[in-house]
Design a protein around this ligand. Sequence first.
Ligand code: DP6
Length: 385
Amino acid sequence: MTVHTATCTAPVNIATLKYWGKRDKSLNLPTNSSISVTLSQDDLRTLTSAAASADFQEDQLWLNGALESLDSPRTKACLADLRALRAAVESADASLPKLSQYHLHIVSENNFPTAAGLASSAAGFAALVSAIASLYELPQDMSELSKIARKGSGSACRSLFGGFVAWEMGALEDGLDSKAVEVAPLAHWPTMKAAILVVSDDKKDTPSTTGMQSTVATSDLFQHRIHEVVPKRFEEMKKAIVNKDFETFGELTMKDSNSFHAVCLDSYPPIFYLNDTSKKIIKLVHKLNELEGHIIAAYTFDAGPNAVIYYDEANEAKVLGTLHKYFAQVQGWDKKDASALNGGVDIDGVDPEIYKGVSKIILTSIGQGPQKSTQSLINEQGLPK
Ligand code: DP6
């Protein structure tokens, strides 16, 4: 049997200007543009192999070892778009195998625990689209492919690029201008680092899709955010990135996280994603910046209590040293030498038990976009290895 395969990896991205609100739910068209930093795939990535064969009986997906349904309208929309693009390639060259007509087997694995509550759907859909686009040898560029990933999960469109990425909301009803673009590549500002504090939480958070629908329908503050706050901040943040101006970038990042959580609170009934530990982390970062006299660390929180703290490598001793003072007992410090962690400062009023609310720390940095890989997860029969 002939099995055609391709394998790609894709990164996680963490927004510094948040996407929150859809103007079209089925196409995942947003109510505002957003910006993110792509994180290193050494620490967080999805690896996906895609295979097509005339002998496959149905489309199948294995996720972290378990067979998953491919029936969701979002996944179906991605597959339909990719098949249509492949069909166009085939009609231009009759010698090509008709992969667009074959069923697909997709095998996907994360290198981080899904349970950690880190947005895995962005990396997942970006890897799915990249692997199938590679299998189909599609000529489309990353921005074009980002429109397909967007239909899987809005934030996934930003995982098609490395470095600093903008998702331009677009204005068209069909979404053809709602796509990700590169603001600056990894090489522009490679010293950008991120410390992720995985905050323990037993309650189930409101899924982002339902949460944002509720905010759009009920929050007045949200109207102010999308019309007044974000359009201006979008331009300012891009400029701060181009100028490698951490102070401005950091301030805008923290303000936007707070603005997003404010519209969640202004939804009716209110949505709470931050817990007490998240709030203590916010205070700690503000006090550290105050002590320094300028911004050296910037927090951001998504639809859950985990904190992502961005900082420039130039301030690593101070930022990580201070985090280490308060979170030394948490796992995840092993990749740093003790000497890199003793530059911290004492901060007044930090709860000495703050570490109890954090289960893990992931020390990572800015990273690259999707990569082709030779590490196939699919065997010669087209099944998971
Ligand atoms: C708070 O992309 O997960 O992380 O489009 O419904 O799949 P869907 O939502 P999703 O929402 C992400 C929300 C966020 C902010 C962001 O990543 O910009």
